[in-house]
Design a protein around this ligand. Structure first.
Ligand SMILES: Nc1nc2c(ncn2[C@@H]2O[C@H](COP(=O)(O)OP(=O)(O)OP(=O)(O)O)[C@@H](O)[C@H]2O)c(=O)[nH]1
Ligand SMILES: [Mg+2]
Length: 395
């Protein structure tokens, strides 16, 4: 392709100049007005400049068809009028090209404007979404949920919740509640054995309320529900602990047995005619693996019907609770009793580590025997959470 520019006082003259040099088969790519000559900007002439292109001659033997202009096809015709027609055609094309360029420019400008407006709207929504989610995460922090729990919930919500939903704080709170309920399982009440006793064993760290809860359960099943109940203790080293439970069972007129070994446990269970045997154990630090292994040896004396509950105080920090849950696993507990719910206002710590594998069985919320004992219900945990953030984030 050959490209040239031509300048002349008028457009027609510039085209004529181009044609004289390149012939008729050339294309006008553009035209513009320019100023030329003069001194210090004075007396400058207005000229029209055109840019033209011409296809270089195809090589010999090319099969490509060549467009033949009327002037070329009829050499006898008047060359002057042929040139005039060609001029008009070029001018027409030129005008059409100019209109197309203007239209394209307008469309482009409209698109850019639209994009800018969409971006502005999106940025606005994202901002709002972030604010509501950030508030919800703050609420979790205030309720003592673990950092890991908060982070995973943030990722989940960002993945699953639409921008529209995220703008609705009520929806977010509801979704959080559903998420919590879905991550917890409850076991329902202890089922008394039929023919063979259910052996309910409470294990857990020191001072969490195992003995008190045994007394509450024994009173509930033995006195209130009139089931045939017995109480054992594998806490024989501490006289005070034996006396504590001895007094409760005496008052309730429930048989009470102190267990010192695996064999004693095995034979006491096999001889029992009770529907439920409640077994108290000495509190053990989760760090005391010897103590845990020793208790396990005793419990292993009874192969079937064991229903082991881990007792956790609601006041336990989530890292400790996680450690306790992991270490006590060797005792084969399948259920969890949460005690001292009356002593905390930040249950998030425990909720952070609960899962469906270990079912919640009972809650206790005071020292009263047997009144301060409740069958575990997930909704109760939600009631204990505060969904009110600093900016009224509630459903
Ligand atoms: N506020 C409150 N106190 C409780 C609750 N349950 C038990 N307690 C109290 O917690 C303290 C320890 O209770 P225990 O039943 O002796 O605890 P434990 O787990 O048997 O303790 P060890 O045998 O030493 O491991 C006692 O003062 C109980 O009255 C509860 O739900 N709320
Ligand atoms: Mg005790």
């Amino acid at each position: 392709m050959i490209y040239r520019t031509y300048r002349a006082p008028t457009y027609k003259e510039a085209v004529l100049n181009a044609k004289m040099e390149l012939g008729n088969d050339m294309y006008i790519l553009g035209r513009k007005s320019v100023k030329e000559g003069g001194v210090f900007g004075l007396f400058r002439k207005n000229l029209t400049e055109i840019t033209v292109a011409k296809q270089e001659k195809p090589s010999q033997g090319s099969s490509k068809k060549r467009t033949v202009s009327p002037a070329e096809s009829d050499p006898t015709s008047n060359p002057q009028s042929a040139m005039q027609k060609e001029d008009e055609r070029i001018e027409r094309n030129d005008r059409q090209a100019e209109t197309e360029v203007t239209e394209n420019k307008m469309i482009m400008e409209e698109l850019i404007d639209l994009k800018r407006r969409i971006n502005a709207v999106m940025v606005g929504k994202k901002g709002e979404e972030d604010i509501h989610l950030a508030r919800l995460l703050n609420v979790l922090k205030d309720n003592d949920f673990s950092d890991e729990y908060i982070e995973s919930l943030k990722t989940k919500f960002e993945d699953e919740i639409s921008v529209k939903e995220a703008k609705d704080p009520g929806f977010l709170t509801k979704r959080l509640k559903t998420h919590i309920l879905d991550s917890i399982e409850t076991s329902g009440p202890i089922a008394p054995g039929n023919g063979r006793p259910s052996v309910v064993v409470l294990v857990g760290p020191t001072g969490v309320g195992k003995t008190t809860t045994i007394a509450k359960l024994a009173a509930s099943y033995g006195v209130l529900q009139k089931h045939k109940v017995e109480v054992f203790t594998i806490d024989s080293y501490r006289i005070a602990a034996v006396e504590q439970l001895g007094k409760y069972t005496e008052l309730m007129q429930i048989p009470f047995t102190v267990i010192n070994s695996r064999e004693e446990f095995k034979s006491a269970v096999s001889q029992s005619k009770a529907e439920v045997i409640f077994v108290d154990t000495a509190g053990r630090s989760q760090k005391n693996s010897m103590g845990l292994a020793e208790l396990r040896t005793i419990l292993d004396g009874v192969k079937t019907g064991l229903d082991v509950h881990l007792v956790l105080a609601a006041t336990t920090k989530w890292k400790d609770a996680l450690d306790i849950m992991t270490r006590f696993n060797q005792l084969g507990y399948g259920k969890i009793i949460i005690t001292k719910l009356d002593e905390t206002s930040s249950i998030g710590s425990l909720i952070s580590i609960l899962n469906k594998d270990k079912k919640l069985s009972y809650f206790t919320m005071g020292q009263g025997v047997p009144d301060d004992l409740e069958l575990a219900e997930k909704e109760k945990l939600l009631e204990l959470l505060s969904f009110e953030g600093p900016d009224e984030l509630c459903s």
